[in-house]
Design a protein. Structure first.
Length: 434
């Protein structure tokens, strides 16, 4: 009996000891988990703090690089290269000959971030849509550029010839005219940096045009029913008007001032003009012109303001189209002298650098084109003024240290504007001076 009591007591002690050990092990495991969780949280906080410090150091490094570039270019006599520009104005013949590349929003390319070596770019090397002003080619650098421009213009118009008795009661004929105009122009351009502040440029276009005009006369007289239709399909191919340009950067953009770039562009009359094309006996064109037929000179001023990571730009310009004696007979009319209307142009926009090689931009351009004054059969004749406005969108991608790809689109917002215009360009840069 006594032995049995001892065995029971021993078993009870062993059970109690096992429970105590299990409880202690459970408590130790929970404490280990809690300690490990605290270590993980502390490590995560340290990593977050280190990431913030690395980001701060990266920003400081970029700022130091930017300041170093400013100092180097000041020493060289130039200013930091900022890829921004505003669009030039087209010739007043925009309705007859779509300019290159936009009737209202021409878009040639300047030197830009896409063609600059990676180590030479800054966060504000942003390409903006056109070429009058903006980034200047560095001294001794030659940039060759292949461009392709295409545009489409359509219009539907109704004309009434007859007598209107009361509103909506017409006696006569209604003429409905539908036109479709296409324009394609591959071009070769070149720019050369004379100094860090002065650049010269030239552009040679080849032009293909195709027009389709359909006119339908709807008779309002029951005695003469029918809908006579006149269809005209004509095209034109050849060299366009060669352009020359000179740009000069006036200041260094310090003390809160925007960069000021003075531009001067001259357009020749190397293309076949509207008074040089073949016509039938009625004086109707049988081929389309590939040029304006007149020399023009366009001075303009570009303003560029940087605010990281964006660049704001605006351009103001005036195009002087030089009058000349034509002395051409069109049908039964003698056209003696023609003075194409001049153009006042203005554009504004903003560009954003998304990274070191890719940028996007948007803007708006508006041109006010004065009417053409002509002397026809010893009589002075003037056409009406008109306006051309377009929304501009552009992007640029760097493909290497010396080449890139850029694209721009112009969408017409006024009646005289092309519906849509597209420009694709690929620049190649070469340093001619070591």
């Amino acid at each position: 009996m006594r032995l049995k009591s001892h065995l029971l007591a021993t078993a009870a002690c062993v059970g109690l000891l096992q429970a105590t050990v299990a409880y202690g092990a459970e408590q130790t495991a929970e404490q280990s988990i809690e300690a490990l969780s605290r270590k993980v949280d502390e490590q995560a906080k340290r990593l977050e703090q280190q990431a913030q410090q690395i980001e701060q150091q990266r920003r400081e490094l970029l700022e130091q690089r930017r300041q170093l570039q400013l100092l180097l270019q000041e020493k060289a006599g130039g200013a930091p290269q900022t890829a921004a520009s505003a669009a030039p104005a087209p010739a007043p013949e925009a309705r007859k000959q779509p300019p290159a590349p936009a009737g209202a929003a021409a878009a040639q390319a300047p030197a830009d971030a896409a063609t600059r070596p990676k180590e030479g770019r800054t966060e504000q090397d942003i390409t903006i849509i056109s070429d009058v002003g903006g980034v200047l080619t560095p001294r001794g650098t030659l940039t060759l550029e292949a461009l392709l421009t295409a545009s489409h213009t359509s219009s539907n118009r109704f004309f009434f010839q007859g007598v209107e008795i009361v509103d909506a009661v017409l006696i006569g004929a209604i003429e409905a005219t539908e036109s479709r105009r296409n324009y394609i122009s591959p071009q070769i351009g070149a720019r050369y940096g004379i100094t860090n502040r002065m650049e010269a440029s030239v552009k040679v276009p080849f032009v293909y045009r195709d027009d389709r005009v359909e006119s339908t006369i709807i008779s309002q007289n029951p005695e003469t029913p029918g809908e006579p239709t006149f269809l005209q399909n004509i095209d034109g191919t050849g060299i366009g008007d060669i352009e020359f340009g000179l740009q000069y950067q006036l200041n260094d953009g310090k003390e809160g001032w925007p960069f000021l770039v003075a531009n001067l562009r001259a357009k020749s009359n190397t293309g076949k003009g509207p008074y040089e094309v073949d016509r039938n006996d009625l004086g109707i064109e049988t081929e389309l012109p590939t040029g304006s037929g007149f020399w023009s000179v366009e001075p303009s001023m570009t303003f560029i303001y940087q605010t990281d990571p964006a660049v704001f730009f605006t351009n103001l310009g005036y195009t002087w189209n030089i009058a000349r004696d034509v002395n051409a007979t069109v049908g039964n009319n003698l056209i003696e002298r023609v003075n194409p209307g001049d153009t006042i142009s203005a554009s504004v926009g903003v560009g954003f650098a998304l990274n070191e090689t890719f940028s996007m931009s948007m803007g708006y351009q508006h041109n006010y084109i004065f009417g053409t004054k002509s002397v026809i059969n010893n009589t002075n004749v003037s056409s009406q003024d008109f306006q051309v406005g377009s929304l501009l969108f552009g992007m640029s991608l760097g493909l290497g240290e010396s080449t890139g790809l850029s694209m721009s689109v112009a969408v017409g917002v006024t009646e005289e504007s092309p519906d849509v215009e597209f420009t694709l360009r690929v620049p190649f840069s070469f340093s001619l001076i070591d």
